[in-house]
Design a protein around this ligand. Structure first.
Ligand code: GRF
Length: 195
């Protein structure tokens, strides 16, 4: 079966990455993960990749004095794998580079734990939602462009957070839905790309 290849970029825990690993293992969709790329050598996502036998590229942001070099190295690494789609799964850095956005136009996806444009650009949108006293928040899957969290929205889902007692509960409630939503959107895109 022909498969769409993914490069997953993650900076930390990697539960969305794990959800993709499990999905591919259990359901055999037309998708394969080529590589995990992380900007953080302590990311738990690395352990998950090891467990699944997925190639790992660590490009630790802290070790680059010149940040332009970091972005260049990241782009070069992506190009080695030449994935069909780049999947940001808890990748905490802003992507930069004209070539990256040109070469991968409409092929970079991100998942954001709010109903964008609400809490656009926030790194703690679940806490923002809790502190704002919202009854409903949600998640958004969108294309990544130079406008942070501003690319075309592919999917949104509302999540009832009215009974959440703290920001962690909000995050947990949304995360459960993220794990289901990301694979759904990726599968749809993959099937379209294979047509
Ligand atoms: C998720 O809430 C995602 O929406 C946001 O960062 C978090 C990553 O969690 N972009 P994990 O690393 O996938 O567990």
């Amino acid at each position: 079966m022909e498969k769409i290849s993914l490069a997953v970029l993650a900076s930390g825990r990697g539960s969305n990455f794990q959800a993709l690993i499990d999905w591919i293992k259990n359901d055999d969709p037309p998708v394969k993960i080529e590589v995990l790329i992380t900007d953080n050598s302590n990311a738990h996502a690395i352990k998950r990749a090891e467990g699944a036998g997925i190639k790992i590229e660590v490009i630790d942001y802290r070790f680059f004095e010149n940040k332009a070099d970091f972005h260049k190295k990241l782009f070069q690494t992506i190009e080695i794998y030449a994935p069909d789609l780049i999947i940001l799964a808890g990748y905490m850095r802003i992507l930069k580079g004209k070539e990256l956005f040109e070469n991968y136009k409409n092929r970079i996806l991100n998942i954001h734990p709010s109903l964008l444009p609400q809490f656009k650009g926030s790194t703690n949108a679940q806490k923002d939602a809790f502190e704002a006293g919202l009854k409903t928040s949600g998640l958004t899957i969108h294309y990544v462009t130079e406008d942070v969290d501003g690319g075309k929205i592919l999917y949104q889902e509302e999540v009832d957070i009215s009974d959440c007692k703290n920001a962690d509960e909000v995050a947990e409630r949304i995360l459960e839905r993220e794990h289901l939503a990301y694979k759904k959107v990726i599968e749809e895109l993959a099937r379209d790309m294979l047509k």
